[in-house]
Design a protein around this ligand. Structure first.
Ligand SMILES: [Zn+2]
Length: 63
């Protein structure tokens, strides 16, 4: 199983994912505003939300 490292342009989306043994694992993402660990939500849209300061970052890149 080879890793694809050629597409660096899409690295920002995959930055918080870790693929091991064919399974996708989420990495903890830190809030850029206050530094707290952000929560990942899938619905209604995929996004990261900080429960501390309310910062929300939407995950784009899906087509
Ligand atoms: Zn925050």
């Amino acid at each position: 199983m080879a890793k694809k490292e050629a597409s660096e342009a899409k690295a920002s989306v995959r930055l918080y994912y870790e693929i091991s043994d064919g399974k996708v694992k989420l990495k903890n993402k830190k809030c850029p505003r206050c530094g707290s660990v952000m929560a990942h939500h899938l619905k209604p849209v995929e996004r990261w939300a900080c429960g501390k300061c309310g910062y929300t970052e939407f995950v784009s890149g899906k087509k």
